[in-house]
Design a protein around this ligand. Structure first.
Ligand code: ADP
Ligand code: MG
Ligand code: MG
Length: 888
């Protein structure tokens, strides 16, 4: 039979799955010999059983009785014993700390009889009645589900009646009266009397903890944090110690170092004559932990000793909860503490220097997401401090944005066209706001949480967003919003929003690059004395040394290529060529499409070729010595032509006088118009349908490479064919391309080694990768298209249309365009890797979708055996770090 209950002496910190984080760490501290009040933990398995069957597992009650008896034996008194009661706390504690679950109930075991025993033993009537009213209050609120305000109001009323302001000014008789009032509230609200049997109190509290696993707030939190739904929570039963026994008692929280900066020191808060929940509730002002040295030096010294023990033992920053009962220190909780991104890097390096962890572990203690946070532009701190704060909302999508407030998508688009920076302000956004969101520098909403439409779409676009700023009254019709203090912000007024903190400011707050970006840009050196930059530099060096995969960048211009290189890119994984057909060159594209004879067509192509050659030369130069994967033109041609509707109107209005050129163009645009452009004439299909188009590009690439070589450079071109679904498509292009490459080599007398490969972005390509590899020297997974085509939905449409709903429903934990869908799309990638390499063992494999910069997806690529990931220049450091971490 499984064991359902573990004494604190029986568990340890590695049993978090079974005992929850709190229980496992209480056991660990107990075994370290630290002063933890005795107790036991009821396993998560018991909770899972209860939630599944609605009954407690067989034998659980007996086991609890046995452990309770042992606890009573150790303490020398029984739970609720009338003349000297043992009291316990019943505490929830899942594997991951989870707001929204049931809170702890303290002082279980008190009733009308034992309250007298407690008073006599402590020699303190007031303390006993205060503890009793706390029990009814907490039990009523969390176990019996009574609105907590009912109790709070009664407490306030008692203070008002007595003419005092603080709880501490109430006396024994006042608390005794409050107990009566509270009991009446329970009776009134539930129809039952407050349960006086201590064992029944304990049982009810335990069941309430179990049930709270499925409280709506807990469910929502798990969904957002991607915590599995079926873990369940443990329940900890712990002998009470009392911080409310007078001024030589108290309770506090502490960190073993500063969770914001990582600096060592004494960080925490302390509250005299109080029980634990008072600190969190903020009922009275706490004092800084350093004050404890003056209040109770012995406990303070002991606490510092314990903090050092814990840090050395956990080899990490810990946070702790403690209580002092009449000069005796008790430890009530510890765990590895949450920290800011900057502190994570600093602490990792400090622990490394202290010899507590090695370099591998230091790198595993930080994440790419944390690094990304450190790279977002931010508001100038001193300026932000001086700026007028309007409110604080939720930090939905990080960054700093400044612009004039606009209240509609149309206004945002119009302003952006005039070249103005705007912030789109809405109560909440919906799919109609998409164009406005694209046009705006940032998005501010007064409703909705982190999975609201605004938040999801903004994150997907990498756009700064503050959502759910509930203090704002947004009046879209009137074109203004009101902030606390009756500040009115009208359309056109400048505001600044901080997507990292959620703060909203009136007026313009200057934006600056983060020091970490300055470092990656080479403007700030690791030796310049910025502690954070030095830490980032050290971690990155180790990650680079460990990484098996290389990191390349998606870059289309020499400027982007150069920036990517400064950020550590080891090549270009995706150079798109679309922009090489835009601007003045549009006319040439029109000529190409309108060509009626081969001569006309080739004349247009010949005019385009030298222009593109110059583009490629610049990129090869910026990436000299490193591979550059160039994707031949991919999007449907009509994207380079005038808009169908506009042109139709123009021709229709002109009637008989219409320009014949326009008429022909309209014909062509109509002919090329597609219902589903994403699935239409694009990629390799275009290359095969329009003779000469791809080969013009191949020639431009080859000649650019020759020119670079003649100039003493080291160009490394890789030609990539998009949207291939069948090896025959690739073969046709490849044969022609090889002809062009040979011709250029012969005519110039300069040979440049050039690879020809393909994107794998159509499911069929992945499924026939073994055949395709016969004709491809490399594969690059285009996971944006592969995701669209595998799921059968268009990224451009669905994110705005229904993704937030899907996230709410838990259909995805995260958008498959953000993090690679391992089960579906990932499966196709694995098949293609395996079958491609079976055909061609030295096949080069990479990924060039947006996923190349996403931490989880980078780990997937490492596991799948890819040679490199490619991502936007700005994400290169993140991918480098994660490539290193994946290899550890
Ligand atoms: P949370 O997970 O919300 O921190 P806890 O179970 O840690 O909940 O308990 C809430 C508060 O009650 C904490 O301040 C904790 O230190 C205090 N507490 C819990 N158990 C005891 C106990 N046995 N004696 C005294 N205080 C306790
Ligand atoms: Mg706690
Ligand atoms: Mg594609």
């Amino acid at each position: 039979m499984p064991k359902f209950v573990y004494d604190f002496t029986e568990g340890n910190k590695d049993l978090k799955d079974l005992l929850g984080g709190k229980g496992a760490n209480l056991a660990e501290m107990t075994n370290l010999g630290l002063p933890v009040p005795p107790g036991f933990t009821i396993t998560t398995e018991s909770c899972r059983h209860y939630l599944e069957h609605g009954t407690l597992p067989e034998g659980l009650e007996t086991e609890i009785d046995e452990h309770l008896a042992a606890l009573e034996g150790a303490m020398g008194r029984k739970l609720g014993q009338p003349d000297d009661p043992l009291l316990v706390s019943v505490r929830s504690g899942a594997k991951f700390s989870m707001p929204g679950m049931m809170e702890t109930v303290l002082n279980i075991g008190l009733n009308d009889e034992s309250v007298a025993g407690l008073a006599a033993q402590a020699g303190d009537e007031r303390f006993a009645w205060d503890s009793y009213r706390r029990l009814i209050q907490m039990f009523g609120k969390t176990v019996l589900d009574i609105d907590g305000d009912r109790f709070e109001d009664a407490l306030e009323e008692a203070k008002r009646a007595k003419g005092v302001r603080e709880d501490v000014e109430l006396e024994a008789a006042d608390f005794r009266a409050l107990v009566g009032t509270f009991k009446n509230i329970v009776k009134h609200e539930t129809g039952d009397d407050f349960p006086t049997d201590p064992r029944e109190q304990m049982r009810m509290a335990m069941l309430a903890v179990f049930q709270s696993w499925n409280a709506p707030r807990a469910i929502l939190y798990r969904r957002q944090e991607r915590i599995p739904v079926d873990l369940g929570t443990a329940v900890n039963v712990c002998a009470m110690v009392f911080g409310n026994l007078g001024m030589d008692s108290g309770t506090g929280v502490a960190f073993t170092r500063d969770p914001a900066s990582g600096h060592q020191g004494v960080y925490g808060d302390y509250l005299q004559n109080a029980q634990g929940e008072d600190v969190v509730a903020g009922i009275r002002n706490t004092v800084p932990l350093t004050e404890l040295e003056r209040i109770d030096k012995r406990s303070y010294d002991q606490l510092l000793d314990i903090m050092e023990t814990l840090e050395n033992h956990y080899r990490d920053m810990c946070d702790i909860e403690f209580t002092i009962e009449r000069g005796k220190l008790w430890m009530l909780q510890t765990r590895v503490g949450k920290r800011t991104a900057a502190a994570a890097f600093r602490i990792a390096c400090q622990l490394l220097d202290q010899g507590l962890i090695d370099a591998d572990e230091a790198a595993s203690r930080v994440t790419g997401d944390q690094l990304a946070q450190l790279m977002f532009p931010r508001f100038d701190t001193s300026a932000a401090e001086g700026a007028r704060k309007l409110t604080k909302g939720m930090n939905a999508s990080p960054g700093a944005a400044v612009g004039r407030a606009v209240f509609s998508s149309e206004a945002a688009v119009a302003a952006a066209e005039r070249g103005e920076d705007v912030i789109l302000v809405r109560r909440e956004t919906n799919p109609d706001d998409l164009a406005g969101m694209v046009a705006a520098r940032g998005v501010l909403t007064s409703r909705g949480g982190k999975t609201s439409h605004a938040a999801v779409v903004a994150r997907g676009m990498g756009k700064t967003c503050v959502c759910g700023a509930e203090e704002l009254e947004v009046d879209v019709k009137a074109g203004r919003f009101t902030a606390p203090g009756d500040v009115v912000v009208s359309e056109g007024d400048v505001i600044s929003i901080d997507g990292t903190s959620g703060l909203v400011y009136l007026g313009e707050v200057p934006v600056q690059d983060s020091p970490v970006v300055q470092y990656f840009e080479g403007r700030l050196a690791a030796s310049d004395g910025d502690e954070l930059v030095t830490a980032v530099d050290r971690v990155m060096a180790h990650a680079d040394a460990r990484a098996r995969m290389l990191v390349r960048a998606n870059a289309d211009t020499p400027e982007d290529a150069a920036r990517a290189r400064r950020f550590g890119a080891q090549g270009i994984g995706l150079c798109r060529t679309e922009h090489m057909f835009l601007g003045d060159r549009r006319q040439l594209v029109e000529k190409l499409i309108l060509a009626e004879t081969d001569e006309e067509r080739f004349a247009a192509l010949d005019a385009l070729e030298p222009l593109q050659r110059a583009d490629f030369e610049g990129i090869f130069e910026a990436m000299d010595g490193l591979p550059v994967t160039i994707r031949l033109i991919d999007p449907p041609l009509h994207e380079f032509l005038p808009d169908l509707t506009e042109l139709s109107v123009k021709v229709a209005l002109a009637g008989a006088d219409a320009d014949p050129q326009d008429r022909r163009l309209l014909e062509a645009v109509t002919r090329l118009h597609e219902q589903n452009p994403m699935l239409g004439l694009r990629g390799v299909r275009l290359g095969l349908a329009i003779p000469g188009l791809f080969m013009m590009q191949v020639k431009a690439i080859a000649e650019a490479a020759v020119a670079r070589k003649e100039a003493g450079g080291d160009p490394r071109p890789e030609i990539m064919i998009p949207l291939v679904g069948a090896v025959q498509e690739l073969e046709a292009v490849r044969e022609e391309a090889e002809g062009v490459l040979r011709h250029v080599a012969e005519s110039t007398g300069v040979a440049v080694h050039t690879l020809v490969g393909t994107m794998i972005e159509v499911p069929r390509a992945a499924l026939t990768a073994g055949q395709i590899a016969e004709s491809a020297e490399f594969f690059s997974f285009g996971t944006n298209d592969l995701t669209q085509m595998t799921w059968g939905f268009s990224r451009d449409d669905v994110e705005a249309a229904f993704f937030s709903r899907y996230l709410e429903l838990g259909i995805f934990g995260v958008s498959p365009f953000e993090t690679l869908d391992r089960d579906g799309v990932g499966r196709l990638v694995r098949i293609a890797v395996e079958e491609g390499r079976a055909t061609r063992p030295d096949l080069k494999l990479g990924i060039c979708g947006e996923h190349g910069g996403d931490p989880d997806s980078v780990h997937f690529c490492h596991e799948a055996g890819l040679d490199y990931v490619s991502c936007s220049p700005f994400r290169v450091p993140v991918a480098r770090l994660e490539a290193g971490r994946a290899a550890i």
